[in-house]
Design a protein around this ligand. Structure first.
Ligand code: ADP
Ligand code: ZN
Ligand code: ZN
Length: 736
C-alpha cells in the first residue's frame, strides 16, 4: 500500500511554521509543485498559501487534517532559487515563513489572481486638451481641477492612484473631459519599451574600464564588489558598462536604488542606453502594472529590472548581475513586518546564483568596509571626479557666541550673500521639515505636545497646523495658550519652512526653493523645482535629505549644513555615520570645474574628533576612525545585534514581557551572549502605545542565531505574549 502524502503549506499568519493539509481531492502528485500557490481552508476563511514541501509524515492526527482546495499554478511562482533564498531569510530574520514567501509576490498574486499580464488604465491629454483653458470650465470645477492636474505635466499619463491622491470623485468628470475630446484613456504596462537609438557611452577613463573589466571577468561566479567612488566619479557609468556586457551574454541585470533616488531621471538614464525593455518596480505602480513588470522579469522579456528594496524579490529567468546603488542607504532595510535588509539578502542571492554583485557608494557603510577588510568583498576605487575639480573644501562655522538668526549665523548669511552676488546658487540643508519643532507659551511655559506620543508637535505655519511627525496626528494651531490663555505663543527652533521664510525676508529679490516632503507631495512639483534649479539662475535651495541623493546641482557653489550636531549627538550608535554620509553626499552634489564651491558646516562642537577627521581628511579617514571606535566598544560591524521590541497600551506590560524574555534568554545559557535592558524606548510612548526594548548582542552571528532559534518559540508560549505586540529585529538599522 502506498503511504499517504501530506502537503506542507505556508500561509500568511503570525505563526512561525507551515501547516499540513491533505492533497486536494482528485489531484495527484504531478500537480503538487513546491513554490506554487494553493488555496486552502484556514479557520473559516479560504487563504492562498504556498506549497513548501511534501511529506510522508504529519504531527497532526490524520483525522484532523483538511484537504487543500486547489492548486493555482502549473508553473511554480517561486523558483527553487527564490524558495531557498526566502527560507534562509525567514530563518535568519526569524519572521514567519508564510509572510516571507507571500511578501515576495505582487499583491494580485497574493490575492490568488491569475499570473497573467495585466495592464492599468491611464488618462492623458489629447492635443486639444493640452491647449484647453480651465477657465472655460468655470461651471464644472471638478473637470477644471482634473484638467489642471493633467496639464502640470502635459505629456504624462496619470493613473487611478494619481487622481485618488487629490480628488474624491473623478470618474464622472474625467468621462466628461473625454467627451470634450480633451482627454483619452489608454492602457499602460509595467514595462518600459526599449529605445530605438540608444545614447552612446562616453569614453571611459582607466579606473572605470578597470572596474568594469574586473567585474566582467567574473561573470560566471559569485563575487561581491564594493565600488567606492566619490560622487560624480562615474559609478553609474560603471554599472552601465557592466550591464552592457551582461545583456550581450543574453542575461538580465537587477538594479536596486534607494527610495528617494528612483526618479524618472534615473530610470531614463538606463532606458536611453539600451535596446531592451526595462521593468521598473516601485510603490507608485498600480497593482496591475506591478504584476506585469514582475512577469516580464520572470519571462526574461525585461533585460533590466530597476526598483527599490522589495524589487530584490523579482524573479529573473537568466540573471547576470545585481547592482545596489548607494548601498549605505538605510531605506534598504525594511523597518516593519518582515525586517530584512535588501543589500544583505542581495549578496546572498548573488552567491546562490553564482553571479557578481556590485555595491556602489561614495560613502560606504562600515559593514561593507569591514567586509572589504576581511577579504570577503573586493574593493574597486574610483578616485577621480569626471567633470569637476576635487570635491569642494568643507569648513565649520563655530556657532558658540555668534550672532545667529533663526538658525542662520551671520557668518553664513554673509557668505551666502557673496555667492548670490556672483549670481550663483546656494543649497542649505536642514533635516527637519515644518516651521518649528516646538510651540511654547512665553507666559507660562506650556509646550504643544502630541497627545499620543512623548514628542512635541511641529508647527506648520503656512497651513496653521500642529502636526506630530511620529504618529501623524494633527490639530489646528491654537490662538491662545490652553493653560493660561495668553496669546504669547512662540515658535522655538527651526524647520525648513521657517528657514525659507527668513531667507525670503533677508533676500527679497532671490528665489527661495524649499524641497521637502511637504512641498513635493504634488506630482510634478519636484520636477518643476528641479527644472528651475537646472536653468542655472541664482537661487537658494532649502531642503531635507531629499536633496542628498539622485540629483546633481552643477550651479550650486555653496552648501551649508545648518545643524551638524543633530548627528554628532544622536542616540543611535549609527547617528554619526549617517551624518557623515549625509554631509559628504550633499557636498558631492554641488559644484563643477569652473566653479568649485565650498561647504560650510554649522556646529557648536567644531572640535569633535569625528567631525574634524571628516572635514580634514575626508570620508575614508572618518570611516577608519569610526570603525576603530566600534571595534573598541564592540558594536556592529564587530558584533551581531538583535532587538526585541514590545509595545502595549499599558505602560508596565512591555517591560513585564521583556523581563520574562530576559529571564528566558538567560536560562538558555548560550555562551557569548550579552543582554542589555529591558529599557523603555527612547521615545517611550508613540501613537498612544508604550514601547520598550531588549537588546541582544554577541560577538558572532552564530550564538546569536542559536539563541533566537531557541528563545523565540519559548516567547511565543508565554502568557505575557498575548498582552503585547512584539517583534524581533535582526541587524537593526534603527535602534530606537
Ligand atoms: P556617479 O554615479 O559616481 O555619481 P555618474 O556616473 O553619474 O557618477 O557620472 C557623473 C557625470 O559624469 C555624468 O553626467 C556622466 O554622464 C559623466 N561621465 C561619467 N563617466 C564619464 C566619462 N568617462 N567621460 C565623460 N563623462 C562621464
Ligand atoms: Zn501659557
Ligand atoms: Zn504623535
Amino acid at each position: 500500500m502506498q503511504s499517504a502524502l501530506y502537503l506542507q503549506i505556508a500561509i500568511g499568519s503570525p505563526l512561525r511554521r507551515h501547516f499540513d493539509y491533505l492533497p486536494p481531492e482528485g489531484s495527484n502528485q504531478a500537480d503538487w509543485r513546491v513554490g506554487s500557490r494553493i488555496q486552502v481552508p484556514f479557520g473559516r476563511r479560504t487563504e492562498t498559501g504556498i506549497l513548501v514541501g511534501i511529506s510522508e509524515h504529519s504531527d497532526v492526527p490524520v483525522a484532523k487534517l483538511r484537504p487543500a482546495l486547489k492548486v493555482l499554478d502549473d508553473t511554480p511562482l517561486l523558483s527553487n532559487e527564490m524558495m531557498s533564498l526566502l527560507k534562509w531569510a525567514s530563518d535568519y530574520y526569524h519572521h514567519p515563513i508564510g509572510d516571507v514567501l507571500l511578501h515576495a509576490l505582487p499583491v494580485l498574486l497574493r490575492q490568488g489572481k491569475d499570473a497573467s499580464a495585466r495592464t492599468e488604465p491611464v488618462w492623458q491629454l489629447t492635443a486639444a486638451g493640452k491647449t484647453a483653458d480651465a477657465i472655460d470650465l468655470k461651471r464644472a470645477p471638478k473637470q477644471a481641477a482634473l484638467l489642471k492636474q493633467l496639464q502640470l505635466n502635459p505629456d504624462e499619463a496619470l493613473s487611478k492612484e494619481d487622481f485618488n491622491q487629490q480628488h474624491s470623485h473623478w470618474r464622472t468628470p474625467i468621462a466628461a473631459l473625454i467627451k470634450r475630446g480633451w482627454v483619452e484613456r489608454s492602457e499602460r504596462r509595467g514595462l518600459l519599451a526599449d529605445t530605438e537609438t540608444p545614447d552612446r557611452a562616453p569614453e571611459l577613463n582607466d579606473e572605470q574600464t578597470a572596474a568594469i573589466d574586473e567585474v566582467c571577468a567574473q561573470h560566471d561566479e559569485y563575487q561581491c564588489f564594493l565600488l567606492d567612488g566619490v560622487t560624480g566619479s562615474g559609478k553609474t557609468e560603471v554599472y552601465l558598462g557592466v550591464i552592457e556586457h551582461v545583456l550581450k551574454l543574453g542575461r538580465q541585470a537587477l538594479v536596486l536604488v534607494p527610495e528617494i533616488s528612483l526618479t524618472p531621471q534615473t530610470v531614463s538614464r538606463f532606458q536611453r542606453r539600451f535596446r531592451v525593455p526595462i521593468a521598473v518596480m516601485h510603490s507608485g505602480l498600480g497593482q496591475g502594472e506591478r504584476l506585469d513588470a514582475w512577469l516580464s522579469a520572470r519571462s526574461g522579456e525585461a533585460g533590466i529590472v530597476i526598483g527599490t528594496r522589495s524589487a530584490l524579490f523579482t524573479p529573473l529567468s537568466n540573471p547576470g548581475v545585481i547592482i545596489i546603488d548607494e548601498e549605505h542607504d538605510s531605506s534598504f532595510k525594511q523597518q516593519k513586518g518582515f525586517r530584512y535588509h535588501a543589500r544583505d539578502l542581495a549578496v546572498l542571492r548573488a552567491r546562490k546564483l553564482q553571479i557578481p554583485i556590485i555595491l556602489g557608494s561614495a560613502t560606504p557603510s562600515l559593514e561593507s568596509l569591514a567586509n572589504v577588510d576581511q577579504g570577503r568583498y573586493k574593493q574597486l576605487i574610483l578616485n577621480h571626479r569626471i567633470s569637476r575639480a576635487a570635491p569642494p573644501p568643507v569648513r565649520t562655522i563655530d556657532l558658540r557666541g555668534q550672532p545667529i538668526e533663526s538658525g542662520l549665523s551671520h557668518r553664513l548669511l554673509e557668505i551666502v550673500t557673496e555667492h548670490l552676488e556672483r549670481d550663483e546658487q546656494v543649497l542649505l540643508f536642514l533635516n527637519r521639515r515644518g516651521y518649528a519643532p516646538t510651540l511654547c507659551c512665553h507666559d507660562c511655559g506650556w509646550i504643544a505636545d502630541c497627545p499620543r506620543c512623548d514628542a512635541k508637535l511641529t508647527l506648520h505655519a503656512a497651513s496653521q497646523r500642529l502636526r506630530c511627525h511620529h504618529c501623524g496626528s494633527e490639530q489646528s494651531m491654537p490662538a491662545h495658550c490652553p493653560e493660561c490663555n495668553s496669546t504669547e505663543l512662540r515658535a522655538l527652533g527651526q524647520g525648513t519652512e521657517r528657514i525659507e521664510n527668513v531667507l525670503q525676508t533677508y533676500f527679497p529679490t532671490v528665489d527661495v526653493l524649499r524641497i521637502d516632503r511637504d512641498t513635493t507631495r504634488r506630482k510634478g512639483a519636484m520636477q518643476a523645482m528641479l527644472d528651475r534649479i537646472h536653468d542655472g539662475r541664482k537661487a537658494i535651495l532649502v531642503g531635507t535629505q531629499m536633496l542628498a541623493k539622485g540629483h546633481d546641482f552643477p550651479n550650486v557653489t555653496l552648501v551649508g549644513i545648518l545643524d551638524a550636531d543633530q548627528g554628532l549627538f544622536g542616540i543611535d550608535f549609527r547617528a554619526s555615520e549617517s551624518m557623515a554620509q549625509l554631509i559628504v553626499q550633499v557636498a558631492g552634489r554641488a559644484g563643477r570645474a569652473e566653479k568649485p564651491g565650498q561647504v560650510l558646516v554649522q556646529t557648536y562642537h567644531p572640535e569633535h574628533p569625528l567631525l574634524q577627521n571628516l572635514l580634514k581628511q575626508g570620508y575614508p579617514a572618518f570611516a577608519q576612525q569610526a570603525m576603530q571606535e566600534r571595534r573598541e566598544i564592540v558594536l556592529p560591524p564587530f558584533a551581531s545585534m538583535a532587538l526585541i521590541r514590545a509595545e502595549a497600551s499599558q505602560r508596565e506590560l512591555p517591560m513585564a514581557f521583556l523581563s520574562k524574555a530576559y529571564a528566558t534568554a538567560t536560562a538558555c545559557q548560550i555562551k557569548g551572549i550579552e543582554l542589555f535592558g529591558p529599557l523603555p524606548a527612547p521615545m517611550e510612548r508613540r501613537a498612544g502605545r508604550y514601547r520598550a526594548q531588549l537588546m541582544i548582542q554577541a560577538n558572532e552571528r552564530k550564538p546569536l542565531q542559536h539563541l533566537l532559534k531557541v528563545l523565540l518559540p519559548e516567547l511565543d508560549k508565554l502568557p505575557e505574549t498575548r498582552k503585547v505586540r512584539w517583534s524581533i529585529d535582526v541587524d537593526p538599522v534603527d535602534t530606537m
